[in-house]
Design a protein around this ligand. Structure first.
Ligand code: ZN
Length: 294
């Protein structure tokens, strides 16, 4: 069933687990991710951003395809616009049929972030689409971001921000960063800050830059109140490792076999991750409701 993200994350927030949001950039990935969720009886979020859309996840084809896959699935599936950078991108996504949009104005001044997030929340909510925003700033691992507390989400400001914008989920900065960390580096997460944020907000919180954080950090983040974990680099990596191994073992293998190898590896990776963050067996077909977006 195709649902908005609020539906998925309110349940996760109530019952204390997290749901994966996987950057799914082609048909094989989307299918692998949804099948993994079905086999684990888990809700799931698929997403991609405008950069990925311009390269390969062309939304004109991808959005209707993912919607069709979601409607056939016997678990709740959401499609999220990851890091919407502009009003135009948000409106396009709302028109195209995404069921959640993220507005990322986190690198702009606070007042501007409030203004833009509020505007998108009003537009999206009118169509039954939910909204994620970001406060504090989750930067890029390649730039060395995530290590300094001055980018972390401020608790009092977060309370004020959520009240002023009406967003459904909040991405918080507590020490992770996007992309690949330097070899051997494991991020240090500020779990005290997370505990304070959760106690003050009591709403679904999102961890960006989940890749490369290590199982221990992920487990503690979920226990501390994170309800959505964005996974991009690690999912691609699972496919890359399997494809390289396949090529080495069978140098004459063909394109179709390589694609199927990647799909299988992603599915296995997602199944394991779902169990790690506790969203498995949260949704059985018998317990399913009518999939209403509200
Ligand atoms: Zn992100």
């Amino acid at each position: 069933m195709y649902v908005n993200m609020k539906y998925i994350l309110d349940n996760a927030n109530r019952d204390g687990y997290a749901v994966m949001a996987v950057n799914s950039v082609n048909m094989e990935m989307a299918r692998a991710v949804i099948e993994a969720a079905e086999e684990e009886h888990s809700p799931i979020i698929l997403q991609f951003g405008v950069g990925q859309m311009s390269k390969l996840a062309h939304p004109t084809e991808m959005v209707p395809m993912i919607k069709a896959m979601a409607e056939r699935a016997n678990v709740p599936v959401c499609l999220n616009l990851d890091h919407g950078p502009s009003l135009e991108a948000e409106i396009d996504a709302i028109k195209m049929g995404f069921s959640n949009v993220m507005i990322d104005a986190s690198s702009l001044p606070y007042e501007e972030n409030v203004k833009r997030s509020r505007m998108i929340a009003d537009l999206a909510h009118a169509k039954g689409i939910s909204v994620e925003a970001e406060l504090g700033h989750v930067g890029q691992a390649a730039d060395g971001d995530g290590k300094t507390a001055d980018m972390y989400t401020n608790v009092e400001q977060a309370v004020e921000f959520v009240k002023a914008t009406g967003v459904d989920a909040l991405a918080v900065a507590i020490g992770t960063a996007h992309g690949k960390y330097p070899e051997g580096y494991v991020p240090v997460l500020d779990f005290n800050r997370l505990a304070e944020l959760k106690a003050a907000l009591k709403m679904p919180l999102v961890l960006h830059g989940g890749s490369g954080s290590g199982e221990e950090n992920i487990r503690k983040a979920v226990a501390g109140g994170i309800n959505k974990i964005n996974v991009c680099t690690d999912a691609f990596h699972a496919a890359e490792v399997a494809m390289k191994a396949k090529w080495e073992a069978e140098p004459n293998t063909d394109y179709l076999n390589i694609m199927m190898t990647a799909e299988k590896a992603i599915k296995e990776f997602v199944r394991n991750y779902i169990r790690l963050i506790g969203s498995n067996n949260r949704y059985t077909f018998e317990a399913a409701d009518n999939g209403s977006k509200e």
